[in-house]
Design a protein around this ligand. Structure first.
Ligand code: GLA
Length: 352
């Protein structure tokens, strides 16, 4: 299916945006902290044209779902909510958006922690920028996408996903300071490549403990008398906090330190060790892992030529990322998957 088959006309513009995998810096973005994602080859494409009437018409090729609605009425459910959210945040920012036909197709898996929603938001906003000649730069696109997610998808997310989708490429890591939005494009650790495997356990951010974790971090920062946990660099300072705030704060503080360590031009082996430590911290202190992710990470971490592995994204299901010796990705991904699926799980390879 394509735009023309659905809407009986050619689209006026097309735009795409990638998913992302975060290598280090998990649950740090809403604490004003540091993140280190890269883009993945999977991406979302939107084709946009003007609606022939006064309604929006959206179609998702993967879901085979069509949604037609009045732009002035209630926001729709499902995939259309993300697109409509982007349109509404643009309208709130003073841009006039006419009724539209939008066709979406995507290779970013949903619910794997690879930012399918950010890819949809950034692709939509890029398409609208080009269709309506909106004066928006790539950072503003990311910020608008984040607002759409917060206001219309109900997830109090940080800006990691949208910045990665808007600014990262697949050949580099993007270091981002989420407070200042200062960023650096960096090479991957030398002699290493990335493997991403989906655990097969889907998660939904809005219904998971994501918003609760964020609230715990804000409470911890409040009790420590800082604007955000980013302002603390010594994990000892979290010790006086009551549980679970102490554990949550310790994860964020140590995770920020790991990202900064990774900027020091360290070896791939040292980078991998940071990823292993990140997983342990997410599992034990932040409590966002699940048994399937731990199983997958255990298999990876005990496989030769794997330098490090961790869950990636918000957790509660989704995918794991590993750093492996260059040239070994495909073989490691396949042997890991075979071993993992023998434990009764249904994983699959996303990047190798
Ligand atoms: C989700 C959110 C991001 C970030 C990660 C965890 O992907 O959308 O803003 O908080 O979880 O690092």
């Amino acid at each position: 299916m394509n735009y023309t088959q659905i809407f009986n006309a050619a689209p006026a513009v097309e735009a795409l945006a990638p998913g992302r995998v975060n290598l280090l810096g998990e649950h740090t973005d809403y604490n004003d902290g540091f993140v280190l994602p890269t883009a993945i080859p999977q991406h979302t494409t939107v084709a946009i044209g003007f609606s022939p009437d006064d309604r929006h018409h959206f179609y998702s090729a993967e879901l085979e779902e069509r949604v037609d609605f009045d732009p002035a009425g209630a926001s729709p459910e499902g995939f259309a909510r993300y697109i409509d959210g982007c349109i509404r945040v643009l309208a709130a920012a003073g841009h006039k958006i006419p009724p539209l036909n939008i066709f979406v197709t995507s290779s970013v898996p949903i619910g794997s922690g690879l930012s399918s929603s950010a890819a949809l938001e950034v692709a939509t906003l890029r398409g609208l920028r080009s269709l309506l000649h909106l004066p928006l730069d790539d950072v503003e696109i990311a910020q608008l996408g984040q607002q759409a997610e917060i206001q219309y998808a109900g997830v109090s997310c940080g800006i990691l996903d949208q910045m990665a989708s808007s600014l990262a490429d697949t050949d580099h890591m993007l270091f981002l300071d989420t407070r200042t939005l200062d960023r650096q494009i960096l090479p991957f650790p030398p002699g290493a490549e990335i493997v991403v495997i989906d655990s097969g356990v889907a998660r939904s951010l809005a219904t998971s403990g994501y918003n609760q974790r964020r609230a715990e971090c804000e409470a911890a920062a409040d009790q420590l008398g800082v604007k955000a946990l980013r302002d603390i660099t010594d994990p000892q300072q979290a010790e006086p906090l009551p549980e679970p705030l102490r554990q949550r704060a310790r994860h964020v503080i140590t995770e920020n330190n790991r990202v900064l360590k990774a900027l020091e031009g360290i070896t791939a082996a040292a980078f991998g060790k940071l990823m292993n430590d990140s997983h342990a911290s997410l599992r034990d202190d932040y409590e966002v892992s699940v048994p399937a992710l731990d199983t997958l990470v255990d298999i990876l971490q005990t496989t030769p030529d794997v330098l490090g592995a961790r869950l990636t994204g918000a957790g509660f299901g989704g995918a794991c990322v590993a750093l492996v010796t260059e040239g070994r990705g495909e073989a490691i991904a396949q042997s890991t998957l075979d071993q993992y699926n023998r434990t009764g799980n249904h994983g699959h390879i996303l990047v190798s």
